[in-house]
Write a protein that binds this ligand. Structure first.
Ligand code: COA
Length: 260
């Protein structure tokens, strides 16, 4: 499928989605969100895609937010629909059974910060700037920011960031757990590639079960979440991959996980 606002590249089982509106700092308009939804369907259906990277075109922005020119005209019913639509797409992204890494190469404001938080892991270039500046526009975040930010950085820090709308630079984002790693912009692609190489060398079923256990478990009580973990642990034990991983350890060799 070809897209107006996304650039897609596939290499070594990794699909890279580049949000491609650099003249608007990759702001997410309705078309871009619909295209993200479509590409998520492709990723779900394509077994050859084992991991996903999301980044922004150019060297200034990951995504500078939802497109304010579209927001400005919304009435209340449309605005709620707009938020629900974006939330649904970001939740689909978060629920993918393949690892998704945000390579944050500049401004990640508003919907951009929210998009990065819906990814499983965030790697930021040193020039990255995070924030939820919606209050400055008389709005609140609508793509999950009020919920994912406190889950990542804690309630007090999230409220301070949400209520002030201030910018959070890469080093601070790292210190508060909003991003996993920070590196030079020139190294971003390589750092993300190395990270995913490490993940993809592991048992594929185990990787997808980790994603499911964390994503679903965090929305449950601890007892139910641990039961989910035990069930997935059991399912894993029925797989050749678990047999291969444990046997390889005992035979002092590298495991060779068959991808099915
Ligand atoms: N929606 C629509 N257009 C946006 C945008 C957004 N969220 N963010 C940037 N743009 C557009 C600008 O309007 C400008 O377009 P123009 O050249 O046609 O006028 C272009 O992208 C470049 O942005 P500009 O503001 O000139 O760059 P800058 O380097 O001076 O400032 C930012 C960069 C990120 C600080 C600034 O663009 C900004 O504050 N953006 C909005 C951030 C925001 O509030 N996001 C949350 C939205 S809910």
């Amino acid at each position: 499928m070809s897209f107006q606002n996304l650039k897609i590249t596939d290499a070594d089982g990794i699909r890279t989605i580049t949000i491609n509106r650099p003249e608007k700092l990759n702001a997410l308009n309705v078309t871009t969100v619909a295209e993200l939804d479509a590409v998520i369907s492709e990723i779900e259906a394509d077994e050859a895609i084992e991991a996903v990277v999301i980044t922004g075109a150019g060297d200034k922005a990951f995504v500078a937010g939802a497109d304010i020119s579209e927001l400005a005209t919304l009435g209340p019913v449309e605005a709620k629909e707009f938020a629900l639509r974006g939330q649904a797409v970001f939740s689909r992204l978060e629920r993918l059974s393949k690892p998704v890494v945000a390579a944050v190469n500049g401004y990640a404001l508003g919907g951009g910060c929210e998009l990065s938080m819906a990814c499983h892991i965030r790697v930021a270039a040193a020039n990255a700037v995070f924030g939820q500046p919606e209050v400055k526009l008389g709005l609140i975040p609508g793509y999950g920011g009020t919920q994912r930010l406190p889950r990542l950085v804690g309630r007090g820090r999230a409220l301070e960031i949400l209520l002030t709308g201030r910018n959070v630079k890469a080093d601070e984002a790292h210190a508060i757990g909003l991003v996993n790693r920070v590196c030079d912009l020139s190294e971003l692609e390589g750092v993300v590639e190395e990270l995913l190489k490490t993940v993809l060398a592991n048992g594929p079923l185990a990787v997808s079960h980790c994603l499911e256990a964390v994503n679903s478990g965090l929305d449950m009580g601890l007892d139910d979440a641990c039961l989910l973990e035990a069930t997935l642990f059991g399912v894993g034990a029925a797989s050749d991959q678990m047999r291969e991983g444990t046997t390889a350890f005992l035979e002092r060799r590298k495991p060779e996980f068959r991808r099915s």
